[in-house]
Design a binder for this molecule. Structure first.
Ligand code: NAG
Ligand code: NAG
Ligand code: NAG
Ligand code: NAG
Ligand code: NAG
Ligand code: NAG
Ligand code: NAG
Ligand code: NAG
Length: 397
């Protein structure tokens, strides 16, 4: 099967693509427009070749600047002083346009790239209000500008966003078709470790895989790849291409120092292991996005293309990492496989093998956790930090 796959890695080395900021385009675009593209009689988009489906991951931070990681250590060092969802959206639209004109078919953004992963807010509660204000809202002017841009560009796009839904924030993933149709819109089931102090839990109905003319596609983010109850329902649905979003990635070739990494959350080797095992056991291509680098992993779980994070803080690299796949070799819309590791038999086996001496008590951890914006603001006012150095610490509400 692999022999049939195109191995075209084309790193686009052109400089940062200037976001399209022609005359307040966002304001004019906030009314949803009609799709530009539609499927042809063969069931494909004319401009997206199933034998050359080019997947790409954005490897830039949400804001202009020399180095993605450094930018995220101080939001006050951002050119505009804090997060700005409008700026992020404009930048994303620039990347979508560039990717489409280069022939990319699917463009993936990292986890909570909209409006940025708030590492800093964990220790700077005064930025809480700004982060809430700059979380994405479904159907608002930024959302609509994004959908309109996708329709004009005519490519598949998946984003990671801090999303404000009513009085809560969620870690969301949205996957749109080239016609701007929302194919999947989900919230991370359980934000990981200290993330649970900020974002609320999602629901299990978000574990969806969607059939496209180019194969079955689904999404998970970050530590969801480490937990069986999150990976299993996805793997049971037989994806062909899996979208894996992380805030950042790490070169697999640099060993980690046990003296500086004291918790698995901080170990990128642990984070990346999840997606290796996921790809290999589900036999899927994984498109791994991080704001400082990207990985395309093949169905054997082996890295097929890699753009590691820059070691040079003034480095200005490509906009995305791309790789072309021949999708005609895929499993042709098979939606499940009874005789597999991911069959219902395995679920029963797990229940049967659960040690009998452990009480069948569902506990409180697994309950859906909600963190209300009013609580976030109240705690921020008191100067409570979301993160004090202990990755597992939960702030009492
Ligand atoms: C969008 O499509 C509908 C139905 O085809 C059509 O009636 C309408 O005029 C179109 N709107 C725009 C702005 O092109
Ligand atoms: C956010 O960015 C937009 C677009 O560039 C700009 O118009 C707006 O003034 C910025 N907002 C703040 C608070 O800086
Ligand atoms: C596949 O698509 C990419 C991106 O458009 C392009 O650079 C490459 O030349 C294409 N390969 C073939 C064999 O058409
Ligand atoms: C947040 O938004 C509210 C309402 O638009 C505004 O009054 C406030 O100044 C904003 N605060 C920050 C820190 O952006
Ligand atoms: C956004 O718009 C879509 C399409 O009109 C609708 O189905 C959805 O319920 C809207 N969502 C919100 C949160 O308003
Ligand atoms: C797979 O499903 C998609 C979406 O429903 C459809 O467009 C495509 O023709 C199907 N492919 C095959 C080989 O059945
Ligand atoms: C970092 O990269 C820039 C641009 O490629 C280069 O000019 C500079 O010399 C590099 N600095 C170091 C310390 O390698
Ligand atoms: C894609 O795969 C199909 C089925 O194996 C094969 O017939 C076709 O030649 C491949 N296309 C390319 C460009 O390699």
């Amino acid at each position: 099967m692999l022999a049939n796959l195109l191995s075209l890695l084309f790193l686009n080395a052109s400089a940062v693509f200037a976001a399209s900021r022609h005359g307040g385009a966002l304001k004019r675009d906030c009314e949803i427009v009609n799709a530009t593209y539609s499927l042809n009689s063969q069931g494909f988009y004319d401009h997206i070749d199933p034998e050359n489906f080019t997947v790409a991951t954005v490897v830039k931070s949400p804001y202009d600047g020399p180095s993605p990681v450094e930018l995220f250590s101080h939001p006050q060092s951002l050119p505009q002083g804090s997060w700005n969802i409008t700026l992020t959206t404009e930048r994303a639209i620039g990347f979508i346009n560039k990717a489409a004109s280069d022939g990319v078919s699917l463009l993936v953004f990292p986890e909570v790239w909209f409006p940025g992963y708030p590492f800093t807010m964990m220790s700077q509660p005064e930025y809480t209000q700004s982060y809430i204000n700059n979380s994405l809202v479904e159907n608002d002017s930024n959302w609509n500008a994004l959908v309109n841009a996708i329709k004009k560009a005519g490519i598949y796009v998946a984003i990671g966003a801090s999303e404000r839904i009513g009085d809560k924030l969620h870690m969301s993933q949205v996957f749109w078709s080239p016609e701007g149709e929302t194919l999947i819109h989900r919230q991370k089931l359980r934000a990981s470790e200290f993330e649970r102090n900020l974002w609320s839990d999602g629901t299990v109905d978000g574990f969806k895989v969607v059939a496209t003319p180019y194969g079955r596609i689904g999404l998970l983010e970050c530590w969801e790849h480490l937990h069986t109850q999150m990976t299993f329902p996805m793997q049971a649905q037989l994806e062909d291409i899996h979208i894996a979003m992380y805030p950042n990635i790490k070169s697999p070739y640099i060993p980690e120092d046990p003296d500086t990494i004291s918790h698995p959350f901080s170990s990128m080797a642990v984070n990346m292991a999840g997606v290796h095992i996921y790809s290999a056991t589900a036999k899927v291509w994984s498109v791994v996005a991080g704001m400082d680098g990207g990985i395309i992993m093949n169905p054997v779980g082996v890295i097929q293309a890699l753009l590691p994070p820059p070691t040079n803080e003034t480095y200005d690299g490509p906009t995305y990492l791309a790789y072309s796949i021949n999708t005609t070799t895929f499993r042709q819309n098979r939606t499940y496989e009874i005789n597999s590791q991911f069959g219902f038999g395995s679920v029963l086996e797990m229940l049967q093998s659960y040690p009998s001496y452990i009480p069948k008590d569902t506990g409180t951890f697994i309950l859906k956790k909600s963190v209300f914006i009013s609580d976030l603001l109240r705690l921020a006012k008191k100067g409570v930090k979301y993160f004090s150095g202990d990755d597992t610490a939960e702030v009492p509400l």
